[in-house]
Design a protein around this ligand. Structure first.
Ligand SMILES: Cc1cc2nc3c(=O)[nH]c(=O)nc-3n(C[C@H](O)[C@H](O)[C@H](O)COP(=O)(O)OP(=O)(O)OC[C@H]3O[C@@H](n4cnc5c(N)ncnc54)[C@H](O)[C@@H]3O)c2cc1C
Length: 320
């Protein structure tokens, strides 16, 4: 095992991680960034990003993330391929093991930007039509289906929010709910049921997303009570059954909610452990957008910089 001491370690290479890297490297903190298994993060799985400010014509997701990386490297961020597989935040400096213990890093400050992963139903057809009608984000992709009929799968608050968001821009939204009730809060359920162009299909499960060379053209669903099958014409299929934050390795050290989203002191990126900062989707169950991830990445770097400055002052004072 090799060992190394760094000032700032950034875990993750999505918009949050690279933004933290840009700020930390320009502040002279010489950050080391590990990309994890998905270099560039979630946006590398989408073609068109149209809501990130500064790109009036939109931008291709993978290209945007190459630009993020280049900008971080321009200020000498040390970008490395590798996965953080274990941490120990019980002492100081903090310890992070890379690639199953091959490398141990001790860091004065750690910025977590490990993101979250959208859950899918597990159908082969979801993969076939990914980026061609299947999406896990209505705010991101709903606009591409403006004026067309769409479907949403799910029964929680996210599904209810996605359905009502889409109902503003699409003539018809089919909402497929597996049971005969929704898990969403009462107020969200009421909103769904009061929206005229949302049709809730109770006890309904998706068997297959159907399509052709143009992308999704429909969905085949089955009523799990009666066995009745239906083909419904849609152009967009939105899966809203939840996300899993990539935070398992921090369990036992960092405060998180029941789903695993990291808890921060409101208005900051500070976690319950001094010198560990949480940014991006890993700490955001509400917004989950590239621009908000980048925003909190910036906060992570500024919080880390202020923490390190205060720590140095403490040391100077102690020396007398
Ligand atoms: C298909 C799709 C389309 C989208 N479209 C849009 C859009 O148009 N506009 C928009 O604003 N948002 C969009 N989003 C949402 C957006 O991608 C996310 O909000 C954003 O990427 C979150 O950034 P992040 O930096 O927090 O994490 P992520 O982008 O999720 O990146 C997480 C990073 O952490 C790394 N990582 C994870 N675990 C470890 C580990 N243990 N060690 C080291 N590294 C690790 C991963 O490899 C990855 O690099 C879309 C999402 C998807 C899935």
């Amino acid at each position: 095992m090799t060992e190394e001491k760094v000032k700032v370690l950034i875990i993750g290479s999505g918009p949050a991680g690279y933004t933290a890297a840009i700020y930390a490297s320009r502040a002279g903190l010489n950050p080391v960034l590990y990309t994890g298994g998905e270099p560039g993060g979630q946006l590398t799985t989408t073609n068109d990003v149209e809501n990130y400010p500064g790109y009036p014509e939109g931008v291709n997701g993978p290209q945007m993330m190459v630009d993020f990386q280049k900008q971080a490297e321009r200020f000498n961020t040390d970008v490395r391929y590798g996965m953080a597989t274990k941490v120990d935040f019980s002492g100081y400096p903090h310890k992070v093991w890379i690639d199953d213990g091959k490398h141990l890093i001790t860091a004065d400050a750690v910025i977590i930007a490990t993101g979250a992963t959208a859950k899918y139903l597990g159908l082969e057809s979801e993969k076939t039509y990914a980026n061609k009608g299947v999406s896990a984000c209505a705010v991101c992709d709903g606009f591409f289906y403006k004026g067309m009929d769409v479907a949403v799968v799910g029964a929680g608050d996210t599904a209810a929010e996605e359905a009502t968001y889409l109902a503003n821009i699409c003539p018809k939204v089919h909402l497929f709910v597996r049971r005969d009730e929704m898990r969403a809060s009462k107020i969200m359920q009421k909103r769904v049921l009061n929206t005229k162009n949302i049709e809730v299909h109770w006890n309904t499960e998706t068997e297959e997303v159907t399509g052709d060379a143009t992308g999704v053209t429909g969905v085949r669903v089955v009523n799990n009570k009666t066995g009745e099958k239906k083909e419904i014409y849609i152009k967009g299929f939105f899966v809203a059954i939840g996300h899993k934050p990539n935070t398992d390795i921090f369990k036992g050290f960092l405060d998180m909610d029941e789903t695993g989203y990291l808890k921060v002191i409101p208005g900051t990126s500070k976690t319950n452990i001094e010198g560990v900062f949480a940014t991006g989707d890993a700490a955001d169950r509400v917004y989950r957008q590239a621009v908000t991830a980048a925003g909190t990445g910036c906060m992570g770097a500024l919080d880390a910089e202020r923490f390190l400055t205060a720590k140095e002052e403490e040391l100077e004072e102690a020396k007398g």
